[in-house]
Design a protein around this ligand. Structure first.
Ligand SMILES: Cc1cc2nc3c(=O)[nH]c(=O)nc-3n(C[C@H](O)[C@H](O)[C@H](O)COP(=O)(O)O)c2cc1C
Length: 360
């Protein structure tokens, strides 16, 4: 018989870098594609995040640091004054509701399509290798993912600069922290993996070289955002269909040993869909650890007891349970989210999931 861990550990406060959390239930970053075409989060986004402000920490949907960083339709940015002002309303409202919120910086690299970019500047990646498969667009239907332009050294410095500037914009918009999206096959992950990075200069080849872009970007973000305000999300594993890596254990051991973890707010690990077990890496994590992926109240509490994790991220459960923390606390049933409205415009499947109410 499986004995469940005492869930009360989930509701104890903790600190990730300089960010104090009222509980250990983190809302994982989730793209929802409800921004205006020019990447400004709408007032609906304020309502959506405020509904979920009882999370110990919200990590926002992936947010592009530049026009070039966009790959999907209607994703927000944090690089124009209008975008920054709209985010400031969101962070202010979340704080007013007693919550904490970080922005996730997501540059898609090779994953996307020009038709999805408000300014169709195209895609840049470590090497000119297309991602497999197709991508939806609002205007021209399903399209094969493009062959990206291989980044020049100037491009690489520019990409790091985009993250530096976006971090500084985020802090001025009132975010508590900034997470670098280095997972799920997007730009930073593309630099790390042997299958997507075939460069022969100092940004490719050895694991140390493949980690260089991420190291430089994290350092720039720390310079702009300060110690204890920057987190990084990784999904080690070498998923053969999306982002193959010859030796993920080596790549991520080198990365974790090289990162300035004493200056990071967190390392956030989401297992790769390939099923690769990331637990051998935990011993190299010295910053606060967040684990996300497939947790419920009991398994989250167990993970807080049996792993070094300090907080647990929940993705899909937060889509359909705005009051997830209260439901976990009172052991109320969880509503299931509807994938058909994950990325559609408007309130349906976004702000219309109700909080729990006791049956009459
Ligand atoms: C609709 C949707 C959008 C997502 N968007 C992002 C994203 O923008 N950035 C990211 O790092 N992960 C993203 N993810 C992955 C989640 O953060 C999370 O890791 C994943 O859903 C597994 O956690 P869960 O089992 O609790 O849902 C997304 C997941 C979903 C379902």
């Amino acid at each position: 018989m499986r004995v469940s861990a005492d869930r009360s550990i989930l509701f104890t406060p903790t600190t990730l870098g300089k960010v104090e959390l009222a509980n250990r239930v983190v809302m994982a970053p989730m793209m929802r594609c409800r921004a205006t075409p020019d990447g400004v989060p709408s007032p609906l986004a304020t309502e959506y995040y405020v509904q979920r402000a009882s999370a110990g920490l919200i990590i926002s949907e992936g947010t592009q640091p530049s026009w070039q960083g966009q790959g999907y339709p209607r994703t927000p940015g944090i690089h124009t004054p209008e975008q920054v002002q709209a985010w400031a309303k969101i962070t202010g409202a979340v704080h007013q509701a007693g919550g904490k919120i970080a922005v996730q910086l997501m540059h898609v690299g090779r994953v996307g399509h020009r038709a999805n970019q408000y300014k169709p500047v195209g895609h840049v990646a470590p090497s000119a290798i297309a991602a497999p498969g197709h991508i939806m667009t609002d205007t021209v239907g399903r399209q094969p993912k493009p062959v990206p332009r291989a980044a020049t050294i100037d491009d690489i410095h520019d990409l790091t600069g985009q993250h530096r500037q976006a971090t500084s914009n985020a802090l001025s918009a009132g975010f508590d922290a900034v997470e670098l999206h280095c997972a799920n096959g997007y730009l930073s992950h593309q630099f790390l993996s042997t299958g997507t990075n075939q460069r022969t200069d100092e940004y490719g080849g050895s694991a140390r070289n493949r980690c260089r872009f991420v190291m430089e970007t994290v350092s720039a973000m720390i310079e702009a955002g300060g110690v204890g305000r920057i987190g990084i999300r990784i999904s080690p594993g070498g998923n053969p269909s999306a982002i193959p890596d010859d030796n993920p254990l080596e790549t991520y051991t080198v990365l974790l040993q090289a990162l300035p973890q004493d200056k990071l707010a967190w390392v956030h690990i989401q297992p790769d869909p390939s099923g690769w077990d990331p637990s051998p890496l935990y011993e190299f994590v010295t910053a606060p650890l967040i684990l996300t992926g497939g947790y419920d109240g009991d398994t989250a509490a167990e993970a807080l007891c049996s792993t070094p994790a300090q907080a647990i991220g929940f993705g899909r459960p937060f889509i359909s349970n705005p009051d997830l923390v209260q439901r976990l606390r009172h052991n109320h049933p969880l509503a299931t989210s509807d994938p058909s409205t994950y990325f559609t415009p408007g309130p349906e499947g976004y702000t219309d999931y109700p909080a729990w109410s006791d049956p009459e």
